[in-house]
Each structure stands twice: as structure tokens, then as C-alpha cells.
Design a protein around this ligand. Structure first.
Ligand SMILES: NC(=O)c1ccc[n+]([C@@H]2O[C@H](COP(=O)([O-])OP(=O)(O)OC[C@H]3O[C@@H](n4cnc5c(N)ncnc54)[C@H](O)[C@@H]3O)[C@@H](O)[C@H]2O)c1
Ligand SMILES: O=C(O)CC[C@@H](O)C(=O)O
Length: 390
């Protein structure tokens, strides 16, 4: 029986993938085998020694101490693309809110509760509606920073709204490049994207290299009157610099899913409570993906969509499987194999892959391994953890 600790509310459609015969799902547990979470800020010291894997039902993993997990040989999984459509739809809504007087228009109408004559109200609205005029998106240029799962969907949607789309992504994957229509113009650097776009939308992860990326220097290069949308992460944008750019007219509007107190109460800011992925569909998709990945790791040692371990899948064969995480240095696998050979244990299949400083091995054996042999493998220099899976 595996114990899975949930640290946020996870869709039941996802949790139902973990059958009650094999899994106990609990929101309180001192020795879980795995943790399943959404945006809960997880501290390294709160990850019990029993934890073998962490599943993030969502895209961003900046709420998880990934480096500490890697050191401890714990794979961290996310659910890439599973909530991309939800974010895309909210960004399209953001573009509409940023181009038309929708929110002030609604507030104005709601302020007329004291009127009881429909004819008079209609007359007043016809007189006042010029205050809420906007511009169309068609013909404007949208700059998309980060052309992954979300950015590429938004680029496609904006093209279908007859916008011009330019994009910047210095680490674009081959798969993401295939998803992008050729009419999306790739920019050489982020400054030229900021200089050309009427609307700029951010869809990149927060990393050491992207923290504070949108700063006073970058904002100084944007087209005066530009509208900036941040549905990526708070830390990517220097809010003080955004407020200064709004005050001096460089930016016309800031629309974000990450409110902070200094942004509240401004007419040129639209704030949402981190609801980019808050749809039934996205929550179900993310939970299903995260639960399936955790189950395949716990039951088979397979790894798919980990942010710190190599992807690795091997059909099951033989009597049992060893899953070994080790530091990515020479000779460790050789030593493991020689211990197995000395114990007369036949290897039926195996796979070994590395990613940065970590290596991971799946080894299918023709016979069971004793506790003593497992301890011998675990004690090898460079081995981080060893698991036998029956
Ligand atoms: N508001 C929300 O609720 C919500 C929901 C989902 C994701 N997100 C955020 O959006 C981010 C993107 O999600 P995704 O699913 O598209 O991820 P993704 O991994 O598919 O795409 C991210 C893209 O950003 C690119 N990138 C990395 N560094 C960059 C840089 N310096 N400049 C430009 N591009 C860069 C990567 O190459 C990649 O193509 C997530 O990391 C998360 O922080 C927010
Ligand atoms: O879980 C959420 O509600 C938000 C998730 C989102 O920020 C993500 O990075 O996928």
C-alpha cells in the first residue's frame, strides 16, 4: 500500500486514478511515499525521509525545492500542457479587457441602481457610452514571451483574431517549434519584442535567469501605451518598475494573475487571483496527469515529465525491478552490476539515463534480492537511493 499526501485540493477525477487497493490518499501523514500538490509552498525540511516522488498538478514547480529533491534522489513531476488551454482562454479575456472599456463600463452600469426609469437609463447610457470606447485587437501586434505549451496556444489564438504575432523564446524545444505557425515572427531578443508590440504577454517559467526579467531597463524599450499581461509568475516582473512605467505612460495597462498590495486600486491595472488554471477541465487534466505519473513511478519506477530526472520507461520483465538513483559520475553502474553478478542474479533488461548531475537506472532481475544485497547496493559511493519493485 502506497501513502500519498495531498497538500492542496486535487481533483477527484485525478485521485480516482490511484486505486484504493494500492493507495491511501491522505491530507495528513508523517511518512508518505509521495506528495501530490498544486501551488502549496513546500519547504525542503517538510519532505519526510519516506518520500520517493513529488507530483505537481500544474506547470510551474517554483513552489517546490527542486534542487534539494534532486540531492535526495526524489523526482519531481509536473503536468506540462495540461492547463494550457485554461490559461490561453483567460489571456484572451485579458486582451479583451485591456482593449475595451468593459470593466469600467460594467462598474458604471452597476452604479445606476438608484434609477427606476428604463427609458431615462437608456438615454443616459447612450450619452455616456463614449467614455468606454476602446480599440480592436485585429491589426495590433501581440508579443509572446515564452512559446511553450501556453505561449504557442496564445499565438495561434491571436492569429485567428487577426493580430500580428511576434515571439521570443531562447530555449524553444523542437516540439514547441513544430506547434508554432510560420506566421509567428521570431524575435532575436526580448528588447526588440518589447519595442514592437502593442500587447506583451509573458509565458515563461520563473528561474534564476528570469527573476526580475521585466525591469525598468526592459520597460523603457516598450512602445509607449503598451499593455503588459503577466499570467506566468509574480517574480518575473519588477512591480515597482511597472508602476513607474504606468505613471509615466510607457505602459497603458498592466493585467496580472499575481496581485500585490501596491497594485490595488489603480484604474490602469487589472488584477486576478491566480485563476489562470482554475477551470474544472484544467484541474482534472493536471490531476490525472500527475497521478498517472506518480503511479507509474511508484509501481514501475518509470519516469515521465520529471523536471529534475531523465525521462525513462522500460516494459516490465523478470521477477523484480531495481530502481537506482545515483550521482552522474563514472563506474557506479559497473559496481552495481558486479555486485549483482557476484550474487548470481541474472539481469533480464536494463536502462540507464542521466540528466545533469543525476543518473537513474532500471534493472529487471531474474531473481529476488535480499535485504543484505540491497543494503550493499545502497552503500555504494555515489548511490543516492535504491528501491526494489515487485
Ligand atoms: N497563471 C496560472 O495559473 C498559470 C498556469 C500555468 C502555468 N503558469 C506559468 O506559466 C509558465 C509557462 O507554462 P507553460 O505550460 O507554457 O510551460 P512550458 O514549459 O511549456 O513553456 C515555457 C517556455 O518558456 C521558455 N523560456 C524559458 N526561459 C525563457 C526566457 N528567458 N525568455 C523567453 N522564454 C523562455 C521555454 O523555452 C519554454 O518554451 C509556467 O512555468 C508557470 O509559471 C501559470
Ligand atoms: O494550481 C494552480 O491553481 C495554478 C497552477 C499554475 O500556476 C501552474 O503553474 O500550473
Amino acid at each position: 500500500m502506497y501513502k500519498v499526501l495531498t497538500l492542496n485540493q486535487i481533483s477527484t477525477i485525478g485521485l480516482d486514478r490511484l486505486s484504493p487497493e494500492s493507495y491511501e490518499i491522505t491530507s495528513e501523514c508523517t511518512a508518505p511515499d509521495a506528495i501530490l500538490l498544486r501551488s502549496h509552498k513546500l519547504q525542503a525540511e517538510d519532505i519526510a525521509a519516506s518520500v520517493k516522488a513529488i507530483g505537481r498538478a500544474g506547470a510551474g514547480t517554483n513552489n517546490i525545492p527542486v534542487a534539494a529533491c534532486t540531492d535526495r534522489g526524489i523526482p519531481v513531476f509536473n503536468s506540462p500542457g495540461a492547463n494550457a488551454n485554461a490559461v490561453k482562454e483567460l489571456v484572451i479575456a485579458g486582451l479583451a479587457l485591456g482593449s475595451r472599456g468593459i470593466l469600467p463600463g460594467i462598474s458604471y452600469v452597476n452604479s445606476l441602481g438608484h434609477m427606476d426609469d428604463a427609458g431615462q437609463m437608456a438615454k443616459l447610457l447612450e450619452k455616456e457610452k463614449k467614455r468606454f470606447k476602446g480599440n480592436e485587437l485585429a491589426g495590433r501586434t501581440l508579443g509572446v514571451v515564452g512559446l511553450g505549451a501556453i505561449g504557442s496556444m496564445i499565438a495561434n489564438a491571436a492569429l485567428s483574431l487577426n493580430m500580428h504575432v511576434i515571439g521570443y523564446d531562447p530555449a524553444l524545444s523542437v516540439d514547441a517549434a513544430w506547434r508554432l505557425p510560420s506566421s509567428v515572427k521570431k524575435m532575436e531578443n526580448i528588447h526588440s519584442l518589447f519595442a514592437k508590440a502593442d500587447y506583451i504577454t509573458l509565458h515563461l517559467p520563473v528561474l534564476d535567469s528570469t527573476r526580475g526579467l521585466v525591469n525598468a531597463d526592459l520597460l523603457a524599450s516598450c512602445k509607449p501605451g503598451c499593455c503588459l499581461l503577466n499570467f506566468a509568475r509574480e517574480e518575473i516582473v519588477d512591480v515597482g518598475a511597472v508602476i513607474a512605467a504606468l505613471d509615466n505612460g510607457q505602459l497603458r495597462q498592466f493585467i496580472t494573475d499575481f496581485p500585490v498590495p501596491s497594485l490595488i486600486g489603480r484604474d490602469d491595472v487589472i488584477l486576478m487571483p491566480h485563476i489562470g488554471a482554475s477551470t474544472d477541465e484544467a484541474e482534472d487534466n493536471c490531476a490525472v496527469m500527475a497521478a498517472d505519473q506518480l503511479a507509474d513511478f511508484l509501481q514501475n519506477g518509470n519516469i515521465k515529465n520529471s523536471v529534475n530526472f531523465p525521462n525513462l520507461q522500460l516494459e516490465r520483465s523478470g521477477h523484480c525491478r531495481l530502481a537506482i538513483a545515483n550521482h552522474n559520475v563514472p563506474k557506479i553502474l559497473g559496481r552495481v552490476l558486479s555486485i549483482l553478478a557476484d550474487a548470481d542474479i541474472n539481469i533480464l533488461d536494463m536502462l540507464n539515463k542521466s540528466r545533469d548531475e543525476i543518473a537513474y537506472n532500471l534493472i529487471d532481475l531474474g531473481a529476488d534480492v535480499s535485504e543484505g544485497l540491497l543494503a550493499e547496493l545502497a552503500a555504494l559511493e555515489g548511490v543516492i537511493n535504491v528501491r526494489v519493485i515487485h
